[in-house]
Design a protein around this ligand. Structure first.
Ligand SMILES: Cc1cc2nc3c(=O)[nH]c(=O)nc-3n(C[C@H](O)[C@H](O)[C@H](O)COP(=O)(O)O)c2cc1C
Length: 201
C-alpha cells in the first residue's frame, strides 16, 4: 500500500479525528440553479461547503451572504495552491462529494483529469479515495432556460463540447450525474439514508 502524507493545518487534523463522516459539497461559479442548490445545502447537517473562486463571486450576485452561510456550516474558499482540505478524503472524513452546480469550466477540467483548483482537486481526490461523487452539471440540454442575477430568466444554448463533457463525466469511476434539482435532492437524500444505514449496521 502506498502512503500519502498531506501537509494539512492543525484545524484540518483536529477535524479529521472527529468521528461523524461528513458530506463535502462544492459550488462552482454557475448561476444555473445556484440558488436552489444552495438553499438545499442549507437544510442539511454535517456538511462542509467548498467554493470555487468564481462561486464566491457569483453567490453574492445572487443575493447570498457568505457570513450567514458560515453561521450554518464550515465554508472553505479557494485560497491555496495545493488545496490542503483534500487530505480529508484520505482520512475517511467524507462519505460523499457533491458538486452542484458544476460549471462548463469545472466539468471540462474534471473529464480531462485536471486538478488545479480547490473544486477540481476535491473531485479528483474523492475518486482516488473511492468516495462517491454526485454531480449536477449546468450543461444538460442543448437549450435551457436559466436565471440570471436579480431573477431575470434568460435562454442558454450549451455547445456540443459542453454536452460531450457532461456525458464523459458520467463515465468516470464513482461519479453519478443528475440532471435536475429534483433529481439532485432525491439522489443526495438516498445517499444519506445509505450512509446512515451503513454506520448503524
Ligand atoms: C452571474 C454569472 C453566472 C454564471 N453562470 C454560469 C453558468 O450557469 N454556467 C457556466 O458554465 N458558467 C457560468 N458563469 C461563468 C463562470 O463563473 C466562469 O466560467 C468561471 O471561470 C468558472 O469557474 P469555476 O468553474 O472555477 O467555478 C457565470 C458567471 C457569472 C458572472
Amino acid at each position: 500500500m502506498v502512503r500519502i502524507r498531506y501537509n494539512v493545518g492543525l484545524i484540518l487534523i483536529v477535524n479529521a479525528v472527529m468521528t461523524t463522516p461528513r458530506l463535502a459539497w462544492a459550488i462552482t461559479g454557475s448561476g444555473h440553479y445556484i440558488e436552489e442548490c444552495l438553499n438545499f445545502v442549507l437544510t442539511l447537517d454535517n456538511v462542509d461547503l467548498y467554493l470555487s473562486q468564481a462561486a464566491e463571486e457569483v453567490i453574492k450576485m445572487y443575493g447570498f451572504n457568505l457570513n450567514e452561510i458560515r453561521d450554518k456550516m464550515p465554508v472553505y474558499r479557494d485560497k491555496a495552491a495545493s488545496s490542503p482540505p483534500v487530505g480529508l478524503f484520505y482520512s475517511g472524513y467524507y462519505h460523499t462529494f457533491v458538486m452542484a452546480p458544476a460549471t462548463s469550466n469545472t466539468v471540462a477540467k474534471c473529464v480531462l483529469g485536471i486538478a488545479d483548483s480547490l473544486v477540481t482537486n476535491l473531485f479528483a481526490q474523492a475518486g482516488k479515495c473511492r468516495v462517491p461523487s454526485i454531480v449536477y452539471p449546468c450543461d444538460i440540454a442543448p437549450e435551457m432556460e436559466t436565471t440570471a442575477p436579480k431573477g431575470k430568466m434568460v435562454m442558454v444554448y450549451p455547445r456540443q463540447i459542453d454536452l460531450e463533457a457532461t456525458d464523459k463525466l458520467s463515465t468516470i469511476e464513482y461519479t453519478e450525474i443528475v440532471k435536475s434539482v429534483d433529481e439532485l435532492i432525491t439522489c443526495v437524500k438516498a445517499r444519506l439514508v445509505t450512509v446512515v444505514k451503513g454506520s448503524n449496521a
